[in-house]
Design a protein. Structure first.
Length: 413
């Protein structure tokens, strides 16, 4: 009896070895493919109704996007349905604008704030609200201070914090959707525009970098706003000043800052840094393969970050390149190149996990486009495994045969 039991166990182990061996081989091949090829794939998406850049794209329920404004002060708005691939023009905004912000409120409405009304960069105080239920725009109370190139951050209590902007604005303001009114949120320690403002896990907001003056001088300072005390506090500075960079909140709450212009340099930087809100400190991260500014950076469904497009070099030229940051490995990988280079576009993560890129400027970077593209995560065919693809296939087949034979003999034994 003991001998039979021993033989049965031995057969099970040999069969399991065969199965696990084959699985390991497949995993190894898959890993080799993922590590050696460009990440993701692009496919064209239906175009917008109107060409636009410097616009806003706000994700609504059902993967619909509110596309509003754009250079040089468009009043046009449209509702773009990413599921059906259709877009329909909406009633125009009350005020044409670009370099504005658009923030979804807790009740599903969208607050559009300030910006510039024309190519002369005249700044605005006006604000308006779009209601998806009625597809109508309604004017709301104006800001106290005109601004463009500012940041708007929704707070946990439903209010919206608006910070900075040009020309050299330090004042911050709070919008209350319940009353439809603005109130002072104090004054930042530094005037700034072209900065970022991220909501922290504890409800505070951290404002990072930006620029001031004309000509613009980049800023390395950071500061945090506490909505409980309505006060600002200077934070630990970055290692370099940055403007027109991106700041992406990772799943663990840290913030990845990438690219932008630094100092008086005319060539965007490739360096990246990570802010830890728990310690309030910065740490260096792996650099991009090349400098870029006016790009987009989006947190993907799997926790990685996709940096898309923008400008690089001096004089600046529009790029179609894509890079993917993996927070677990702390490394960048090349993403599949966009079919069309673009800058000043909008990037929106859809419920499907796809990243939708709309509009922007292509070519010389001055002409807005109507086109849209979707980026999806996928394992691509390896570009360089060190072996010809034929040998990879042969080894895979041999692996199937070898481990399949072991498993078959184990079952028959």
């Amino acid at each position: 009896m003991a001998r039979r039991r021993h033989q049965a166990v031995a057969r099970s182990v040999r069969g399991l070895v065969g199965i696990l061996g084959m699985s390991a081989l497949l995993s190894a091949c898959s890993a080799a493919s993922a590590s050696s090829g460009s990440v993701g794939a692009w496919k064209s998406a239906p175009s917008m109704a109107i060409a636009r850049s410097y616009h806003t794209a706000t994700l609504l329920a059902g993967d619909r996007l509110l596309l509003a404004g754009g250079f040089p002060g468009l009043t046009a708005a449209e509702l773009y349905d990413a599921n059906t691939g259709t877009s329909r023009l909406l009633p125009p905004m009350k005020q044409g604008r670009f370099l504005h912000t658009a923030t979804e409120l807790a009740d599903g409405r969208v607050l559009v704030v300030a910006g510039s009304g024309n190519a002369d960069l005249k700044t605005l105080t006006s604000a308006e609200i779009f209601d998806p239920k009625t597809a109508a725009w309604t004017a709301t109370a104006p800001l106290r201070v005109a601004r463009a190139g500012h940041a708007a951050t929704p707070l946990k209590d439903g209010r919206v914090l608006v910070t900075g902007g040009f020309p050299d604005v330090a004042a911050a303001e709070l919008y209350d959707p319940q009353s439809g009114k603005w109130s002072s949120a104090g004054t930042m320690t530094t005037v700034r525009y072209g900065h970022t403002a991220n909501l922290l896990p504890d409800g505070r907001v951290v404002v990072i970098g930006g620029a001031h003056g004309n000509p613009a001088a980049s800023i390395n300072s950071t500061e945090t706003y506490d909505p409980v005390t309505n006060q600002w506090r200077l934070g630990t500075p970055m290692t370099i000043g940055r403007v027109d960079h991106t700041a992406t909140t990772l799943r663990d709450g840290r913030i990845l800052v990438a690219g932008g212009y630094s100092g008086g340099a005319t060539d965007p930087v490739a360096g990246t840094e990570i802010y830890n809100p728990g310690t309030g400190r910065w740490s260096s991260a792996a650099s991009l393969s090349g400098g870029r500014a006016f790009h987009s950076a989006s947190l993907l469904a799997d926790g990685r970050v996709a940096v898309v497009g923008g400008v690089h070099g001096s004089p600046p030229s529009v790029t179609s390149s894509v890079e993917i940051y993996d927070p677990r490995a702390g490394t960048w990988s090349p993403g599949r190149t966009m079919p069309q280079g673009r800058v000043d576009h909008a990037a929106t993560l859809l419920a499907s996990g796809d990243l939708l890129i709309t509009g922007g400027s292509a070519g010389s970077g001055t002409e807005p486009v109507r086109t849209a593209e979707r980026f999806t995560l996928a394992i691509s065919v390896p570009r360089d495994t060190g072996l010809p693809i034929g040998q990879v296939v042969v080894l895979l087949l041999l692996g199937f045969g070898l481990f399949g034979l072991i498993g078959l003999r184990a079952v028959r034994a």
